[in-house]
Ligand binder design. Sequence first.
Ligand code: AMP
Length: 500
Amino acid sequence: MSGNLYELFQARFPADRARAFIELADGRVYSYGDLEDISGRYARLLTDLGAAGGERVAVQVENSPETIFLYLACLRAGAVILPLNPAYTTAEAGYFLGDAEPRIVVCRPEIEDAVREIAGAAQVLTLDREGGGSLPEGARDLTPMEDCATVDAGSIAALLYTSGTTGRSKGAMLSHGNLASNALALHEIWGFAPDDVLLHALPLFHTHGLFVATNCVLLNGTGMMFLPKFDAGTVVKLLPRASVMMGVPTFYTRLLADPGFDAQTCRNMRLFISGSAPLLEETFHAFKARTGFTILERYGMTETGMNASNPLDGERIAGTVGFPLPGVEVRVRGEDGQVLERGGVGVLEVRGPNVFSGYWRMAEKTKAEIRPDGYFVTGDVGKIDARGYVHIVGRAKDLIICGGFNVYPKEVELCIDRIDGVAESAVIGIPHADFGEAVVAVIKRKAKHPDLTAETVIAACKGELANFKVPKQAHFVDNLPRNAMGKVQKNELRERYTTP
Ligand code: AMP
């Protein structure tokens, strides 16, 4: 076996290739035989078009089974997949294409002409959400590739661009070995069993949907119920046929908002997993009260895949992300550069076989963020408590320095979230003439409490927090701005509330 991730999956495919791999809500089923056939023909086409040998294949399409087959085809061909959010405008996508110089771009047919203008020398193919387009057409009559490209584990399998909320977006190079080690660790610690069925409704342009969810299923050789988009009503209908679900916190809040979602819906479930953004403690407890299930929260990022997870057996603690994965080390570094003891708050650093190979064509950035001893500086601020649970307090760039004192937004958010009438909150720092930065709270009220005022919020914080942490202003919004993974867009809030 070479280091090709596809070979690891293939060794675990069910002997009976007629077994289901993907089932859609409309009843369509794709078997493991279909997986091999379709990804094999796509791989042949990619190879014929010169994408083997580490050339990039940019993919900006909607979620569909064919998107997963295209991912597998890239692995098989030895090409590097570069998934892009379909919501990116052509101008935004143009930056990534210019930077990554792909050999092939696969896009939705509607934007084909626009993509051709920015694709440079790349060949442009199309794939629509129904599985049609010039990619499947071009591959239809080809002989499927039987095996796959021989690559070593260090070869790059994927180029995933970080969200780029600070400065230029960077392409994280993930190797076959990075992805394999992480998938094996997750498959083991989450106890995947031969009868598991995953409910998958996550975007495939992000590590969560493309790798965490999909790779666990592939390693398990079992099936998934696949939804191109999360929709609470459809999930409630399909959940009785699933045993594991992976989601971002918004999936869980939306399920709780659906009166049809109850313990009966979850009768065949064994595990609900959450990640990519912090799960509110309120959601954790409300979910337990409604369904009897304790959501398992885990923590990861584009550059590293998953780093830590609450335990399958053992206590899952709300507001924590659990223990480092097997083979993964996590340490905390304080402002003075010292590695901190348990309990100390600082920037989390991660080392292990999951840590990416570096940023695409950014040697300096890579050097700045991967230390000589192999630890990657995550940019997340957190701590490891006395029992070894990892806690995340926020992003380092979101840290607020008010009058020379550090304010961790999470601490203020937790305080605000406890106030009667608050649904959720985001705490940001905005420039302030005296203090450097001022703490500002942005709050979504609960529907039943339209009268909640800024004065009430500020007064409640005064009773609980040191003065420098108390918000100087509180603003109310209908909804906090979130990206596709449910992360609150603090940049946008900072811009909105900074007075020029
Ligand atoms: P991304 O690279 O888009 O996957 O974003 C990674 C970032 O999401 C991490 O660096 C964290 O800041 C955040 N994140 C992921 N999982 C969690 C979690 N369970 N709790 C809090 N933040 C999280």
